[in-house]
Design a protein around this ligand. Structure first.
Ligand code: ACO
Length: 331
């Protein structure tokens, strides 16, 4: 059976940089609090009129160029986002239209911070079964337009950023290359702990003035609960993947954890007893970009950690649902 191999990764973030000092001007917070609790120094936020599909298209075109592919080489699109530009259709179709690929399938995945890995599992399975040989996998997110940037929303607003990452995936018969496995989990007992309540189909109308005023339109996060689950689930799911592949933590050349929060990533590293040179983080520059965080971090991590063909790369995520996931890849 062929495996899915990463041919290239392209990324994009909005030009507008928002520093911690910029946020201090808008809410009761401090650079020291933000850096100490989250590690974030700055993030990129869209400007009016710029959306998820814009970032996704830029990331996708970069990935295609790096792979040496024409858009017409793509046979299917897997698009991970929880922040679609419009209520429907999903952004996968917007991207497909912009790339000029009428007829090919475009599927949307809504698993928040685990979206890229849930998407990788779909793309990888399509490639393994021979349904498609070349798949474009995208993680893209615009969080900033949905944040409460007043003091009321400060625990969440300081964490998130906007961005996109796209990967060209191709079937390979090389036994020393490709996605070895993808592990997926969810626990719906924790839907409320990290969630966005409104607009929602259970409400008539889907959003009311009251919900806008009382802040129900903004994300809800029980930060300490998220923290406690994330630092257990991410190491656990990496160990699960390693055990299935008959590998050890020492075999990992590069681990890219979802960039939820630098303290979470550091706790994951400690739990797995990995050296600093085996892990890469860049949340300091981008904040938490949800489904885009893994490809944004992976692209820089491959260069920073000198990953070569055949090296073992591990990815792991934790996010709303709760959902968590991992992937092991021979690069
Ligand atoms: N600036 C200044 N003070 C703040 C801010 C802020 N931006 N946000 C909250 N505070 C205050 C709180 O109001 C509280 O004040 P009080 O003591 O007077 O009540 C105080 O700081 C401590 O608040 P806690 O919520 O107890 O702070 P905690 O140490 O738990 O840190 C944080 C909050 C950073 C959210 C933490 O819980 C955390 O890291 N959780 C993980 C959540 C996360 O990373 N989510 C990422 C998105 S989800 C994902 O990707 C999986």
């Amino acid at each position: 059976m062929p495996r899915a191999a990463f041919v290239s990764i392209g990324t994009a973030v909005p030009e507008r940089v928002v520093t911690n000092a910029d946020l201090v001007a808008r809410m009761d917070t401090s650079d020291e609090w933000i850096q100490q609790r989250t590690g974030v120094q700055e993030r990129h936020w869209v400007v009016e009129g710029e959306g998820v599909a814009d970032l996704a298209e830029r990331a996708a075109r970069r990935a295609l160029e790096k792979a040496g592919w024409q858009p017409s080489d793509v046979e299917a699109i897997v698009f991970a986002t929880i922040q679609s530009d419009h209520v429907f259709p999903g952004d996968g179709c917007y991207l497909q239209g912009r790339l000029g690929l009428p007829g090919i399938p475009a599927i949307d995945i809504r698993n928040a911070c685990s979206g890229f890995l849930y998407g990788l599992s779909v793309a990888s399975a399509w490639i393994q079964t021979g349904q498609y040989r070349r798949v474009l996998l995208v993680g893209a997110e615009v969080q900033s337009t949905g944040l409460d940037v007043s003091t009321r929303g400060r625990d969440i607003a300081v964490i998130f950023g906007d961005g996109a990452g796209a990967a060209c995936l191709e079937a390979t018969d090389d036994p020393g290359r490709g996605v070895l496995n993808v592990q997926l989990h969810a626990d719906g007992r924790f839907t409320r702990e990290l969630s966005g309540d409104a607009p929602g189909a259970v409400y008539h109308p889907r959003v009311s003035v009251k919900q806008i005023e009382d802040g129900s339109i903004y994300p809800h996060m029980e930060g300490q609960k998220v923290f406690k689950h994330a630092i257990v689930r991410m190491p656990e799911v990496v160990r699960e993947a390693l055990a299935k592949a008959g590998l050890q933590t020492g075999d990992i050349k590069l681990l890219v954890p979802h960039q939820a929060n630098l303290r979470i990533a550091e706790a994951v590293q400690r739990s797995l007893e990995l050296r600093d040179d085996q892990v890469f983080n860049n949340i300091q520059k981008y904040g938490n970009t949800t489904a885009a965080s893994i490809p944004l971090c992976l692209e820089e991590g491959l260069t920073a950690r000198g990953v070569r063909r055949g090296d073992l790369v591990a990815l792991c995520s934790f996010g709303a649902g709760f959902t968590w996931a991992s992937a092991l890849i021979r690069w």
